[in-house]
Design a binder for this molecule. Sequence first.
Ligand SMILES: [Zn+2]
Length: 61
Amino acid sequence: MISLKACRNCNTITDQNKCPRCSGEVSREWQGYLVVIDPEKSEIARKMGIHASGRYALRVK
Ligand SMILES: [Zn+2]
């Protein structure tokens, strides 16, 4: 199983040791998987302040 991590800053899910989007710190402890295809039409994306399509964690510890 690939250990995916999530950015503490922007919630982006990545397998890197640093967030590819904002260079923020990543955490292995995260919950919920959110795929944003169209951030303009996604209510969750808007609530979370997501403005780009991609994979996100709902909660990052
Ligand atoms: Zn980030």
